[in-house]
Design a protein around this ligand. Structure first.
Ligand code: ASP
Ligand code: MG
Length: 436
């Protein structure tokens, strides 16, 4: 059984929604995971913010604007009056719910309920559309099987245990539709898998049912070997290993939610990145194997802050790094890159929420240098310890640009560089021209 996930632009208009059947084959037993209609989750975030700040009027205005868009959407989606009526009821229900929150009792629990409405709307509307055109399908409520634990980690065994009976209930049905992104947390409340989380849903379901393949359908023909918004002539990468894909997704390739790789990797389920606008294009296949002797792709992640801790106490001491890391652990801030010398250590973070507390705590170790507006450039390829020449090729290509940090050897397939964000465009183009 395959899992097919369609992103926001793939369901972004009634026309697109209807065209999904060019790709979905209703004769195959499969699970279709849908994102919210593109733009909806962003609007829901704003609505939640408006409530959180006590601005009920603003929330009401945003809600009515979004509702109008959906009223137009269903007029194009449905042809028959009976189904248009059903569409209207769905919209009234979800927007009624959005309107009925009050400012005083509004917490992050209510906010997450708001965020969940996008996927609930897209899947229900699509389900009714399939009904109108006579394609039988089953709507599986993701909130009945998608679950995260106290540490916000999804529980694959729970998913298996709860989705299997649902599927078994419909032995003669082929097409199952469900919501990406949304889940329940350890308190049973409505929660989500963070922005872009529908990919993660697909991979988790794929793992949960030990699927043959997970397909992520978006609006680009696979993961490209560089950022297509910045560099001309980028190419889709035909094949990636799970590790390479995770690295690229984390360090900037927007096409895939970084964590979504891991469930599929654990259960060895191939993941294909495919293009809804060009279904015949080969896309990117992510599997367990990695191609040898190749530099495969470049990605960039902005918004990085570098912290250098200089300390004479580090020299010949043990336990120094542990104490430094403890500070980041205390403030739940993850470290991306790290380089060390005998008298200093530099590391990077992207979440600066607790930077002031972190800096105050780190001052106990020595002097600090903090550089904001940095970018991590991640070069992915076959960089095993027995290899030579690859690092030299990377550095040769960018010898005219100042580098703040270099990280090499952390894994066999990645080399990362920290540079000033103002140099990013030049470095991406330069690497592209010289490496590919
Ligand atoms: N709708 C959610 C978002 O926009 C989840 C997703 O599309 O993957 O982040
Ligand atoms: Mg996405």
């Amino acid at each position: 059984m395959k899992v097919l996930k369609f992103g926001g632009t793939s369901v972004g208009s009634p026309e697109r929604m209807k065209r999904l059947l060019d790709i979905i084959d209703p004769a195959q037993r499969q699970i279709v995971v849908l994102s919210a209609v593109s733009g909806t989750t962003n609007s829901l975030v704003q609505i939640g913010q408006a409530y959180l700040t006590g601005d009920k009027n603003k929330a009401a205005a945003l809600i009515s604007e979004l509702k109008n868009q959906y009223n137009i959407f269903i007029k194009e989606l449905f042809t028959k009056q009976e189904f248009l009526e059903q569409g209207k009821e769905i919209i009234d229900y979800h927007f009624g719910l959005l309107s009925n929150f009050s400012n005083d009792l509004f917490t992050s629990i209510e906010e997450k309920i708001i965020l969940a409405q996008g996927e609930l709307l897209s899947t229900t509307l699509y389900y009714v559309y399939l009904k109108e055109i006579g394609v039988p399908s089953v709507l599986l409520p993701a909130l009945d099987f998608m679950k995260i634990d106290e540490d916000n980690e999804p529980i694959v065994d729970y998913i298996t245990a709860h989705i299997t009976p649902l599927l078994n209930k419909y032995p003669d049905n082929n097409l199952f539709i469900t919501q990406g992104y949304i889940c329940r947390n350890s308190f049973g409340e409505v929660d989500n898998l963070r922005r872009g989380g529908s990919d993660y849903t697909a991979s988790l379901i794929g793992a949960g049912i030990r699927s043959d393949e997970v397909q992520i359908w978006t609006d680009i023909d696979g993961m490209h070997n560089n950022d297509p918004r910045i560099v001309k002539g980028t190419q889709p990468i035909a094949q990636l290993s799970f590790d390479e894909a995770a690295e690229l997704a984390y360090f900037g390739a927007k096409i895939l939610h970084p964590q979504s790789v891991f469930p599929a990797q654990k259960y060895k389920i191939p993941v294909r990145l495919l293009n809804t606008m060009d279904p015949k294009a080969q896309g990117t296949l992510i599997t367990n194997t990695s191609e040898k002797d190749k530099i495969k792709s470049i990605a960039a992640k902005d918004g990085i802050t570098a912290i250098k801790i200089q300390s004479s106490r580090m020299l010949l001491a043990h336990g120094f790094l542990r104490r430094v890391f403890e500070v980041f652990e205390r403030y739940k801030t993850s470290i991306d890159m790290i380089t060390t010398s005998e008298v200093a250590v530099s590391l990077t973070i992207d979440d600066t929420t607790h930077l002031d507390d972190i800096t105050a705590a780190l001052l106990a170790f020595g002097t600090l240098d903090i550089d904001r507006e940095q970018t991590i450039i991640c070069v992915v390829g076959d960089f095993g310890a027995e290899k030579h020449g690859y690092a030299a090729r990377v550095l040769e290509a960018i010898k005219h640009i100042p580098i703040r940090m270099i990280s090499y050897g952390g894994s066999d397939h990645n080399m990362s560089l920290l540079i000033q964000t103002t140099d990013k465009v030049e470095i991406l183009r330069s690497l592209h021209n010289r490496l590919f």
